[in-house]
Design a protein around this ligand. Structure first.
Ligand SMILES: [Fe+2]
Ligand SMILES: [Fe+2]
Length: 249
């Protein structure tokens, strides 16, 4: 049953969406609209379960980028950036292990298993969730470690992060390209829509109204602290790009 406050919220959302549509139809631009109204309307647009999970995969990818940078620093002999590493592991634990993977197992994997679809893949994905939690529990101790890390401890951190990256890259890619589409294909449209609403409520209950955005901000702050937040820094320079394309340098 939809609570009265939820019904009011939905009604408010529909009204804002109508305002948005009227503004665009009237020749106005998004930029010219009230920014707060536009942002709230966007926030209230329904998000399908796969879209919701895939944007969380985006945060996971950014955390993997942090791990890569930490590995590079350790391997070149720098101090372990413990706060950044501990922060990224903390984001992974609460957003990915405690929420995202719980949702996958409870609402998606169970449906696929009942339909006898992708059963062996789902079993592997579930065991990888378990392995991921174990690796993260090692990385979470970093922030509380006193004193310098000796050679063995640094090597263990590198191996733990490398194992995590190696497992989660194919894990999330397989979910995005095969598991989520298979789930979508067998879900009746109304059940799919109901699940969207249920996931939205669960996310709200767990994280509050700004839950997802808060995690994006946290991972962005960690990137900033490590100096890997500028997107343009990942663009190859022109000669390198030409060489890669087989042209003159
Ligand atoms: Fe997963
Ligand atoms: Fe996932």
């Amino acid at each position: 049953m939809v609570a009265e406050s939820d019904a009011r919220t939905s009604l408010l959302g529909r009204r804002r969406l109508m305002e948005l549509g009227t503004a665009v139809a009237g020749g106005g631009t998004i930029a010219a609209m009230n920014v707060a109204t536009a942002a709230m309307a966007a926030d209230e647009l329904p998000i399908s379960p796969p879209e919701d999970l895939m944007r969380e995969h985006g945060v996971l990818k950014r955390a993997l980028l942090v791990y890569r940078e930490v590995i590079a620093r350790i391997e070149r002999g720098d101090d372990v950036p413990r706060h950044e590493l501990g922060g990224a592991a903390s984001v992974i634990r609460s957003l990915i292990h405690d929420h995202h993977e719980h949702v996958e197992e409870r609402y998606l994997f169970s449906v696929l298993l009942r339909a006898n679809r992708m059963t062996s893949t789902v079993e592997v994905l579930r065991s990888q969730h378990e392995a991921g939690r174990m690796l993260t529990s090692v990385l979470l101790t970093v922030d509380n470690t006193r004193g310098a890390f000796d050679r063995r401890a640094r090597q263990e951190l590198v191996e733990t992060m490398a194992a995590f990256i190696r497992m989660y890259e194919p894990h999330e890619a397989r979910e995005d390209t095969e598991v989520f589409p298979a789930f979508r294909a067998i879900m009746p449209p109304q059940t799919f829509a109901d699940l969207s609403e249920r996931l939205r409520e669960e996310e709200y209950r767990r994280f509050g109204p700004m839950g997802f955005s808060r995690y994006v901000r946290r991972i962005a702050d960690i990137e900033k602290s490590l100096g890997i937040n500028e997107l343009a820094q990942f663009t190859p320079t022109v000669p390198v790009a030409r060489q890669a394309a087989g042209g003159p340098a």
